[in-house]
Design a protein around this ligand. Sequence first.
Ligand code: GLU
Length: 480
Amino acid sequence: MASVRVRFAPSPTGFLHVGGARTAIFNWLYARRHGGTFVLRIEDTDAERQQAGSEAAILEDLRWLGLEADEGPVLQSAAIERHVGDAQALLARGHAYRCFCSAEALERARREGRDFIYPRTCRALSPEDATRRASAGEPCAVRFRVPVGTVEWDDAVHGPTAFPHDTIEDFVLLRSDGTPTYQMSVVSDDIAMAITHVIRGDDHLSNTPKQILLYRGLERTPPTFAHLPMILGEDKKRLSKRHGAVSVLEYRERGYLPEAMLNFLALLGWAPGGDREKLNRAELIAAFDLDGVGKSGAVFDLRKLDWLNGQYLNDLDAEQLATALEPRLAAAGWWRPEFDARPRPAAFTGALELLKARARTLDDFVAHGRPYLDAGNDIPYDAAAAEKHLKGQDVAEHIGALVAAFAEVEPWSAIALEAALREVASARSVSAGRLIHPTRIAVTGEGVGPSLFAVLEVLGRERTLGRLRRLVDALPGRPL
Ligand code: GLU
């Protein structure tokens, strides 16, 4: 069997959508799994729909996901002459004919009937008549002569699939301005690139019978086709902006890791068998095959992405985290010059370790990071937590006593701090919780978070005492 050659063929009409990324991933995985070649082709022949910068943005997102192409990017526009030549070969062999119907007349007919398909009017013209009219300068398109019968193929996902003749329009290969259409260019390129497997979204299903006919007309064997199930929102409707972020870039900006995104998108419509969910790049490659691709729509479950991303974040060591976080922390104003030191300061790496246990995205480190990274004590308090835990005349006195005890603690460790706090609580006949909650608010501003004593150890004596004193000063009933 010829070695596997697959392609990802985005049109540069905007950002890389998660659906496009999923298509790219499946092609890339299939190539890697079978020792094949992954080709990247930019379908830049529709000047009107193209967007400046789109190609660069798509390439950047593919690079971010680690989907390096073995060949390309190849620009489709570079091969227009070949596309036209293939259309003319089809015309010469009688598989296509010239159509003189005016665009206006067709447009009118299209508006009248809902499922308009071209009534094959010009198919009846003799080739001699048609050639004469074209030579006389009458504008014409070139259409494929869809043969009577049914087009069938064995789809690698859907199994045997058939489209009868009357559902397939005599589609245009060359427009009246001489430019080739999508169907013509795609098949011409897939042949020229020796593509063995066309793996793409379900939205292309109705193009496939047309493309198979072009292969036959050009006396080539069609590749294997695999149509991937649609990606759905939680409401089981086709995923769209209405459901939230749909571009890879948005997820990247929110702080999802490329490994998590790759893993998550690979599971949209494919299951590796068993109940495995977290698979790294090598595991995905080893497990991937088209047999495991489902026929029905795949729901984009953001909670699952968050969970996976949290798992991948947890796998990073402090140095990897620091590198990943630096631009975000710098933008938020929480990056301090001493964090650049190697080895990194223990208070900094300790803070990242604490934060990562609860983080779902890199942005979570920014949202919750300030109390841990800020050298100062001026931490804003969460209003609901303050309302719940700072009321009562005795809070200031309890915390005042805790400050005195913490000032003497040796060594400054989570274990010693916990022992000291419990001692103060029992001496004052209150539960440890009466001290723990206000202390957490004092040092982090939040009502919940990582283990308090680990937090205090990481913050160090100076910041802990400074922040506890600041709380005492802010409370009513503070000791004079
Ligand atoms: N350029 C087409 C698209 O972006 C893909 C063509 C194909 O995969 O056949 O939808």
